[in-house]
Design a protein around this ligand. Structure first.
Ligand code: MV4
Length: 448
């Protein structure tokens, strides 16, 4: 096992990793920007080192600075958290060149899944069901017309370098295709320096269902069921739950086995998420994320595991502490809501000083946050300031617990998305689990 690891991140996820490491007897190094000198992750780690000025590009994204921090402190491995350098193959390669272990997948797997065309080709080969679409990239408008006519409209044009909703254009009918194809390509060129696009059949009313997978890098892998993350706004998840309210044990066993086999076949190491659109009882692969996700705690709750501990173990060459059989079925129901420092109804960032903070608690409540009384939320980073996760014996109990915890929580001094969550948890459709990827944006339009 490692003696000391460095966490190349900030906020709640840095604390999350420090907590797992401490329980394993592994020492921790925090890195921080000049804007984060008073941040909780700096206080909680065994050591801390400043790696640059406030903007992320000059600190948390600075590969040379992170590697220098490892060399100065003697950290043997780096946990990247999510965002920042977590899916940066160049970073993983640079760590390897310096003899430092990346707590996550290989640079090659990050590269394959980062390019959405090669990701899809790989999944097709591995037997994972995908959205019907073009056979790889579509280089010309003529080709785009041919593929789309054959498939039938509506279609969606996606940037291979995109993902997470960036660089996508919908063509409802043939007359939209010129525009969709042209603007997808030019936006992809501007955003990613790569204008390659592919085309898929557009699914109108799917759910977003993602399967948690975990591999040991030696050909063994498991799945930990699914999460339903359909409640999103502008591709930002707002409310996530496990298990998916529409997914039966039979569906879970089948898609789970397919996903576990796929990642075993490529000798994937660590945590991964295979994202699907789910419509009329069928799963359609869209993307794979090669990182620990923000919403991983709902999976931890229903399977009773510590995914960060497992990430650190397999990175150190140890076996996973679970098997598919020992994991069994998800127990009960878990829900996470993301607490953002944002002003409603615009969702504009609301940085500032926390004048009062009171975390909710009690049975089945987990609050992952780096907040404290008097903390100043800097304006430079993501507006996520906490995650409230509840676990109940069933979905109704989880909802009641979420409602109760949302009434207990106090975050004063900045605007937050808590009032939105208090409404959602009492909404008829949310209570019924009756929603698709479009539900939240429609509801916000009508209610905010
Ligand atoms: C789609 C789609 C419909 N049909 N692909 C958006 C983010 C990226 N991960 C994939 N996305 C979508 N791909 C096909 N073939 C609809 C979306 C989509 C979406 C997906 C998941 C969650 C929220 C969404 C909101 C709008 C569009």
């Amino acid at each position: 096992m490692f003696d000391k690891i460095l966490i190349a991140n900030r906020g709640e996820i840095a604390l999350r990793v420090i907590r797992a490491a401490r329980e394993m007897g592994v020492k921790t190094v925090a890195v921080h920007s000049t804007a984060d000198s008073d941040a909780m992750h700096v206080r909680m780690a065994d050591e801390a080192i400043c790696i640059g000025p406030a903007p992320g590009a000059q600190s948390y994204l600075n590969i040379a600075a992170v590697i220098s921090a490892c060399e100065i402190t003697g950290a043997q491995a780096v946990h990247p958290g999510y965002g920042f350098l977590s899916e940066n193959a160049t970073f993983v390669q640079a760590l390897e060149d310096h003899g430092i272990t990346f707590i996550g997948p290989t640079a090659e797997h990050i590269r394959i899944m980062g390019d959405k065309i090669t990701a899809k080709e790989t999944m097709i080969k591995l037997g994972v069901p995908c959205v019907p679409g073009s056979d790889g990239g579509v280089p010309t408008l003529e080709e785009a017309r041919r593929v789309s006519e054959e498939m039938g409209f509506p279609v969606i044009v996606k940037a291979t370098a995109g993902g997470g909703g960036r660089g996508m254009k919908l063509a409802r009918t043939a007359k939209d295709l010129d525009n969709a194809f042209g603007s997808a390509r030019s936006e992809a060129k501007a955003a990613f320096g790569n204008d390659e696009v592919y085309i898929e059949k557009y699914l109108g009313t799917p759910r977003h269902i993602e399967v948690q997978v975990f591999g040991d890098g030696k050909g063994n892998a498991v799945h930990l069921g699914e999460r339903d993350c359909s409640l999103q706004r502008r591709h930002q998840k707002v409310f996530e739950e496990a298990p998916g309210p529409a997914i039966t044990p039979e569906m879970r066993a089948e898609i789970g086995a397919t996903c576990a086999k796929a990642v075993a076949d490529i000798c994937y190491i660590g945590a991964g998420t295979i994202e699907f659109l789910w419509e009329n009882g069928e799963f359609y692969f869209i993307e794979m994320n090669t990182r620990l996700q923000v919403e991983h705690p709902v999976t931890e709750a229903v399977f009773g595991v510590d995914l960060v501990r497992e990430q650190i173990r397999v990175a150190a060459g140890l076996p996973m502490e679970f098997t598919q059989e020992s994991l069994g079925e998800p127990q009960g129901h878990a829900i996470e809501v993301r607490l953002n420092a944002e002003k409603l109804p615009s969702f504009s960032p609301s940085p500032g000083r926390i004048s009062q903070y009171h975390a909710p608690g009690g049975l089945g409540v987990r609050m992952d946050s780096a907040l404290y009384d008097g903390y100043r939320i800097p304006p430079y980073y993501d507006s996520l300031i906490g995650k409230l996760i509840v676990h109940g014996r069933d979905r109704a109990e989880a909802l009641a617990r979420l409602d109760r915890a949302l009434m207990e929580i106090i975050i004063d001094g900045v605007d937050t998305t808590i009032p939105l969550h208090r409404e959602l948890v009492r909404n008829r459709d949310v209570i019924a689990g009756d929603y698709t990827i479009h539900w939240l944006e429609k509801w916000l339009e009508a209610n905010l």
